[in-house]
Design a protein around this ligand. Structure first.
Ligand code: GAL
Length: 966
């Protein structure tokens, strides 16, 4: 073992400085070394020698790459290789600590001069904030050392070696190292120097490190402050009138820091000739009586798991992107982030401190690929790896310890169990007893302070909430969080509201973190956004890497809109007393004084009145029934509804005044349908067609040829939907993977048999049997077409035959219309898509869109875009149009491709609009669930085959109205 090359040794580093806290706010000189670096790629670790590190080396023939950056995402036409995505599998033989000969190696060179004014004297350090997977570093021909730990900061002392002009920094990076065994996170493998490289001046006697201890005592309203520093120094916090020695403790009255009220006190530490800015947040986080508390109060995580990701630059993210993430989170009511599964860019935590987000800061550690091998050889259970594990723990804690936003340390993710984890936890507790420790992968919970799980079903969460779960006794005394839940892959996740109710019901259930924040779709020349397999990988996990609440370009997906609604910190719902609205303040800390309330009164979705609503500044947890004003007059038969909204009363750093935080709707009176007395006109059969008022049916099949004067094709009962990722399900739950089961049953290729077309004076009755080939189950369908001469009415009656083994994807009719109908207006739920278990964010109103605008662009195309609770829908364009009203209200989707085409598409560009507008009018839809990784559709949202009846009324609009004589 002694002659292992450095990059496959067990040791984590050589020649580096001890880890210390990161700060962007110091008056010491710094020189950012980002930019274009000379670059040479070799196919193996030893394919090129190290002579490039010597001053005078001519790198004239080399290419360049941008630093920070990943080389595999740069260069032309894949000249530097490509990204590769695996979830669990190591893309190399599991033979730790060795790696294969095929080990892409990037040699990087950067020349630099010291800037004018660079202080004379003192020392300097060279800092790397992130290099995947390891780096060996030379300055001016002298080797500084090497390190592993891709998302951890490493520094070298370089003062002696620096020259005023023409310094040569040489860095050799191997894609694979022993460190790769510890970095098997579910993400792209992306080698390179992907975070900043900086030269920092260190004045003579400058502090090695400092540690801000700032706790809060909610009983006295005071904060304790002590700033430890390894050299003598002074700490000043002008706002608190403090000027004390480093290391001295003081107790002062303060306002506490929380994610809701992120109160920071600006201060400074002056020590050893350096001035370091401090942003102090006083807060105490601890477990008490089995509950996780901050400043004396239970907190509820409304969280997300965040990987660092940009669709063009991978994990090299710039400051604007970091800020965009934080602002988007705040605007969507998110209050917590788990930095899955490694410490983020250090500046991200500064933003969390100032904008207010609770952070679970996670170590750069995952060994999931060993699970495939029954955990044989798992590094966390092999003491040869313990120094590397402790190094990762130390580099996490030391870098990030001064952030008030960091409230839990997480050892890592999916490493199974082993003594190495215990050693990490002990080291962390010893160094920073002020924060609880988290790790999900060991059910014994021996090393942690919170019980954490990923993807448990609702029923199990309730059981855990009641502390009735089986398992070690001491675990039942711990608070419970879902470090991952609600897998946001493709359409979904479903079932969020039901989880939230559990978090609100059981004190022990302190919320969770949706998996995950953003789709990791990488820009691809052909596919738009590429996922696993699109870059020629041998082993990959397909689109499992696209499972975020944001699309790759950071556009919120409907899942994020839904999550925002479900976790809103104010609940607005019908009051128990008539004429009132109930307002509940669900914040952990804040009262409602920061919000302004207003009402709108809608009649059939039209605004007929609006005003402000006087809501008392309820404290966290309080509820009030607030009287609504007298309801404005509405036209007879119109459906009246109140919408009450809570918006920011003043500008916040993350959104302007007026930004909507929460809303609710309160029906004003039961909807009364106008009584229509219509007299049926008798159908007229002629030349193979049967006219039913403005509709024409095919006399042989009974299918409509025209509706409201518009040509109709492809009419029929439709039960198919392009399976969502959640329908496709995860391999470990085969019995409920409905996508494959539906396909196996043949629901995508149903056969239709017309049994009868019966014409009477009252209308036309068409009897059809719809069934999959090779099966003896089916659906007996009766269509009843009637007309009063102006509109056409269709009643649909469905009776299942035989024993249906699975729920139906959808139940409704489908028809093809001319694509010229491009404008859509509807009265119902909107504006975005909704499914039975993802419907919280749909509000009743009148909405408009183009057909293109109705589509949700999931990276892997799948069922999408349904609109819920539709009372009526109008499709118009080219001067013509069709109105559809439903009884009861219905769901619709409208697209320029069929469900079968949607199903066949693998990437967005595969969907090419055809010349037919395919309209699905659904009576019911199967729910969405979260089964791409978590639990399936809850029983109440399953669409079981059952007798059903529903009806639509079709009315011609525009030219179609004129032609059809309506
Ligand atoms: C979890 C894992 C995540 C991710 C997720 C599925 O098991 O911790 O990293 O793989 O499943 O998307």
């Amino acid at each position: 073992m002694t002659d292992l090359p450095w990059y496959t040794s067990f040791a984590p580093e050589q020649g580096t400085l001890p880890p210390r806290s990161w700060t962007a706010d110091s008056d010491a000189a710094r020189l950012p070394l980002g930019g274009d670096w000379a670059f040479r790629l070799s196919p193996a670790a030893d394919a090129a020698d190290t002579s490039f590190a010597a001053p005078g080396f001519d790198a004239g023939g080399w290419r360049t790459v941008a630093v920070p950056g990943h080389w595999v995402l740069q260069g032309k036409d894949g000249e530097f290789g490509g990204p590769a995505y695996t979830n669990v599998l190591y893309p190399f033989p599991v033979d730790p600590p060795f790696v294969p000969d095929e080990n892409p190696t990037g040699d990087h060179l950067r020349r630099f001069d010291l800037p004018d004014g660079w202080p004379a004297g003192g020392g300097a350090v060279l800092r790397f904030d992130g290099v995947e997977s390891c780096a060996r570093v030379w300055l001016n021909g002298t080797e500084l050392g090497w390190f592993k730990g891709s998302r951890l900061a490493h520094e070298f002392a370089v003062g002696e070696l620096l020259r005023e002009r023409d310094n040569v920094l040489a860095v050799r990076v191997h894609q694979w190292s022993s460190g790769s065994y510890l970095e098997d996170q579910d993400q792209w493998w992306l080698p390179g120097i992907f975070r900043d490289v900086t030269l920092l001046h260190r004045p003579e006697g400058a502090p090695g490190d400092f540690f801000v201890h700032a706790s809060y005592d909610h009983r006295t309203g005071t904060g304790d402050l002590r700033v430890d520093c390894d050299v003598p120094g002074r700490v000043r916090v002008p706002e608190l009138g403090l000027d004390v020695a480093a290391g001295e403790s003081v107790t002062v009255p303060v306002e506490p820091w929380s994610a809701e009220v992120p109160r920071l006190y600006e201060g400074e530490l002056t020590a050893g000739g350096e001035r370091i800015g401090l942003r102090i947040g006083f807060r105490s986080v601890y477990v008490e009586d089995g509950v996780l508390k901050a400043n004396g109060r239970r907190i509820l995580f409304r969280g997300v798991n965040r990987h660092e990701f940009h669709p063009e630059t991978g994990r090299a993210v710039d400051l604007e992107t970091l800020r965009a993430d934080v602002e988007l989170m705040k605007r969507h009511n998110i209050n917590a982030v788990r930095t899955s599964h490694y410490p983020p860019h250090p500046a991200f935590l500064d933003l969390c401190d100032s904008y207010g987000l609770w952070v679970i800061d996670e170590g750069d550690l995952e060994t999931h690929g060993f699970e495939e091998l029954g955990w044989r050889g798992n590094p966390v259970d092999d003491e040869r790896w313990t120094p590397a594990l402790l190094d990762r723990a130390a580099r996490l804690v030391e870098r990030d310890k001064n952030h008030p936003s960091v409230v839990l340390w997480s050892l890592g993710n999916e490493c199974g169990s082993g003594a190495g984890l215990g050693a990490m936890a002990r080291w962390i507790r010893d160094r920073d007893p002020s924060r609880p420790v988290h790790y999900e992968g060991d059910r014994s919970c021996r090393d942690v302070d919170v019980y954490s799980r990923m993807y448990p079903p609702h029923a199990e969460v309730a059981e855990i909430g009641r502390r009735e779960d089986e398992g070690p006794e001491h675990r039942r005394a711990l608070p419970f969080i879902l470090c991952e839940y609600a897998h946001a892959m493709g359409n979904g996740p479903g079932g969020l509201s039901e989880y939230q109710r559990l978090f609100e019901t059981y004190e022990r259930c302190q919320g969770g973190f949706v998996w995950e924040w953003i789709d990791h779709g990488l820009v691809h020349p052909v596919h738009g956004y590429g996922y696993g397999g699109d870059f020629g990988e041998e082993l990959h996990d397909g689109n499992f890497v696209c499972d975020g609440l944001l699309f790759p370009d950071r556009t919120p997906s409907p899942g994020l809109v839904e999550y925002k609604k479900v976790i809103e910190p104010v609940r607005i719902e019908p009051g128990e007393r008539p004429g009132t609205v109930a307002v509940t303040n669900l914040h952990d800390v804040a009262d409602l004084s920061g919000l302004a309330f207003g009402w709108e009164f809608l009649a059939d979705g039209r605004l007929v009145g609006a005003g402000t609503l006087d809501v008392p500044p309820l404290s966290a947890g309080e509820r009030a029934e607030v009287p609504l004003p007298a309801a404005p007059e509405v036209p007879e038969g119109a459906e009246p509804v109140w919408t009450v909204r809570a918006v920011l009363a003043a500008d916040a750093p993350w959104a302007p005044a007026g930004h909507e935080v929460a809303w609710g709707q309160v029906p004003a009176a039961p909807a009364t349908a106008p009584s229509v007395r219509s007299v049926a006109v008798p159908p007229v059969a002629e030349g193979g067609r049967i006219a039913v008022g403005p509709a024409a049916l095919d006399a042989r099949t009974g299918a409509p040829l025209e509706l409201g004067g518009l040509p109709v094709t492809g009419f029929g009962l439709d039960v198919w939907r392009a399976p969502t990722d959640n329908d496709e399900g995860a391999p470990w739950q085969p019995d409920t993977r409905y996508g494959p089961l539906w396909r196996e049953l043949g629901l995508h290729r149903m056969r239709h048999r017309t049994d009868a077309v019966e014409v009477t004076d009252g209308g036309v009755t068409v009897r059809v049997r719809v069934a999959p080939a090779a099966r003896d189950i089916g659906l007996a369908v009766t269509y009843r077409w009637t007309s009063d001469g102006t509109v056409t009415h269709l009643g649909v009656d469905v009776r299942p035959e035989g024993a249906w083994p699975v729920p139906l994807p959808r139940l409704g009719v489908r028809l093809g219309l001319p694509a010229v109908l491009d404008r859509v207006e509807w009265y119902g739920g909107g504006p975005g898509e909704a499914y039975p278990d993802t419907r919280a964010a749909a509000r009743l109103g009148r909405w408009e869109s183009t057909v293109a605008g109705l589509q949700t662009p999931y990276v892997r195309p799948q069922e999408n875009g349904a609109r819920i609770d539709t009372r009526w829908l109008e499709l118009t364009g080219g001067g013509t149009g069709l109105r559809v009203a439903g009884d009861p209200s219905f769901w619709f989707t409208a697209r320029r491709w069929t469900g079968v085409e949607l199903d066949a598409a693998a990437h967005r560009p595969d969907l090419v609009p055809g010349d037919t507008l395919w309209l699905n009018l659904d009576h019911a839809l199967h729910g969405i669930g979260s089964q791409s990784c978590g639990p399936g559709v809850l029983p109440e949202y399953r669409l079981e085959a059952a007798p059903s009846a529903f009806a639509f009324t079709f009315t011609a609009l525009g030219a179609a109205a004129a032609e059809s004589g309506a």
